[in-house]
Design a protein around this ligand. Structure first.
Ligand code: NAP
Length: 261
């Protein structure tokens, strides 16, 4: 436990499980004052908050439901941050296509639903979250934004043409936002995992034949072993905290060495 982030208020999206649950947990362990934990369902939200409070009892964890695939519906996260805590200092974003059947598939098997879903879930979702967060951060004298994207933004991956395009757009948005916002003491960075064990995404790609072939090969290339959420979260905490006060506009890969991006 430390007080690195004492007085800081964070919104962590898609944090009832997977990577961002661990990020929310570790933000509490370095003393965040409050963490708004986002997910879709009250039941998983309540279970996540109970586990998080056990891990960092001094942090005020609060579940707020909102669909991470739908930008405008995320406004509630920042309204709650404003009403309950006077605004947000840290945004950890993660997005999700509203069309999960898109998955990892050859381009010829994808259709408009997938195109629209990737644009809304991975690109626009981030733009909207920043649209709500940035004015609050400016009012508080600064802030840190971290987008959890994907290495598909940097490494051309068969089956991820559309997702990769949307993620690359999101990465460029973060880099440009970083330039624009530095004068307001707001930093913006991205974390780009490839494949993360112990997540629903890992199980999903390994269930489908086309994606399993691609990602099994990738997993074998990860000489350091595939990372899990606990391997990504310390970098996320670093990028959101004072130890990276002069670091902005970066897109950092943690993938166990399966590729260098
Ligand atoms: N895991 C990987 O291998 C991997 C690789 C590359 C990139 N990424 C990226 O990393 C980010 C996080 O991925 P993850 O694998 O950690 O997530 P995840 O395990 O699939 O989901 C984490 C949590 O988010 C909640 N959730 C799902 N859809 C949601 C939605 N539409 N709105 C709000 N909450 C939602 C789920 O809880 P409820 O069902 O209770 O709502 C779940 O517990 C994603 O943007 C993903 O694209 C992941």
């Amino acid at each position: 436990m430390s007080d690195l982030l004492s007085s800081k208020v964070a919104v962590v999206m898609m944090a009832t499980g997977g990577i961002n649950f661990e990020v929310a947990r570790q933000l509490g362990q370095v003393g965040a004052r409050a963490v708004i934990v986002n997910g879709r369902t009250e039941a998983s939200g309540a279970a996540a908050v109970a586990r998080l409070k056990e891990s960092a009892p001094a942090t005020d964890y609060l579940f707020v439901a909102a669909d991470a695939s739908d930008g405008p519906s995320q406004k509630v996260l920042f309204d709650v941050a404003q009403e309950r805590f006077g605004g947000v200092d840290i945004l950890v974003h993660a997005g999700r296509s509203p069309n999960p059947s898109g998955g990892v598939k050859p381009f010829t098997e994808l259709g408009p639903e997938t195109f629209e879903g990737a644009a809304r879930g991975y690109f626009l979702s981030l733009v909207y979250a920043c649209h709500y967060a940035v004015p609050q951060m400016m009012g508080r004298g600064g802030g840190a934004i971290l987008a959890v994207l994907s290495d598909a933004a940097k490494i051309p991956t068969p089956g991820e043409s559309v997702v990769g395009g949307a993620m690359a757009g999101a990465a460029m948005f973060i880099r440009t936002l970083a330039r624009e916002m530095a004068r307001h003491q707001i930093r913006a960075n991205a974390l780009t995992p490839s494949l993360v064990r112990d997540t629903q995404a890992y199980d999903n790609v390994m269930r489908q034949e086309f994606s399993r072939k691609i990602f099994e090969k990738a997993e074998r290339r990860a000489g350091l072993g595939l990372p899990g959420p606990e391997d990504l979260a310390p970098m996320a905490v670093f990028l959101c905290g004072p130890q990276s006060a002069h670091l902005t506009g970066q897109t950092i890969t943690i993938n166990g060495g399966l590729a260098v991006a």
